[in-house]
Design a protein around this ligand. Sequence first.
Ligand SMILES: C[S@@+](CC[C@H](N)C(=O)[O-])C[C@H]1O[C@@H](n2cnc3c(N)ncnc32)[C@H](O)[C@@H]1O
Length: 325
Amino acid sequence: MKVSSEQVVDLLRAAGESTRLRVLALLAAEELSVLELCRILDQSQPRVSRHLKLLAEAGLVERFPDGAWVFYRLALKSPGRALVGQALDLIDIEDPAARADAEKLALVRAERTAGAQAYFARNAARWNEIRSLYVDEAEVEAAILQAAGEGPFDEMVDLGAGAGRMLTLFGSRANAALGLDLSQQMLNIARDEVAKAGLGQCELRHGDIFATGLPGGCADLVTVHQVLHYLGDPAAAVAEAARLVADGGLLLIADFAPHDHEFLREVHQHRRLGFEDAEIAAWIEDAGLVPGSNIALPPTSAEGLTVKIWTARRSATTSAERSAA
Ligand SMILES: C[S@@+](CC[C@H](N)C(=O)[O-])C[C@H]1O[C@@H](n2cnc3c(N)ncnc32)[C@H](O)[C@@H]1O
């Protein structure tokens, strides 16, 4: 994308200040809330907000409010994206300031993960009760099965498997299934659940949704059910999930539509209060899949939440395309 020389000067001016370059480097790693940026930069909120405003006005970052929090991320489609990328690439990895910021970011991330891990460890035993508090589980599960289709699936991978509900739901529709989760406590419950259901084809492994270590295209069904809203970088999780989808295979994501139940952050470790359709569709497309059905299941009570089910497919590569590649 080409822009005028005047616009290039504006972009350089916006990025050309030490705190703002630090902010761009941090957001290149993942989306962050204003408070997290203040902690990492060790600067007051008004100062950080002023820098963010200038970066947003130049189109280098995107601001998105989420309940009472405000998040920022790099604007991937901005004309300044390549310029920012080049500036960040020039920074020596041994640069003391850049290293200090990266270390603080790792600390913030570790605290966030530890908080969520502690929550799941505490609540593993009563997870099935908690998960049905705000949604009609039976309706959601019927809609998931319908959206995925009859199968049978050769290889299912369930990311953030928790207590194993997706594995038991799909049951014998999957000839082989692998559930990955970071929480050993959740995995233990899931192992019991699949054993009780007589699903010998299900395997449960400790694993991180951001780095599954599984080969690309290994599954014809990948599910991510009620996991994205806990994550610091949901886009990266969608990219990893999509990478696992085989030619012609299906990715199924279930999560909440945008809501304002702020207490879910305080009490239940949610990070994002739901997702816009456009946001999920952009992540799916960036990951090389084709968005499919998009189902909304509205709540039955005022305290309830709208559950969304998004599907996407990797187009089947024809043998002609494969030999041309
Ligand atoms: C709300 S539970 C959902 C569990 C299951 N999918 C379900 O719907 O019942 C979210 C699960 O995601 C797991 N999780 C969170 N972060 C993860 C990560 N980075 N990698 C793998 N699992 C993760 C948690 O340990 C937890 O078991």
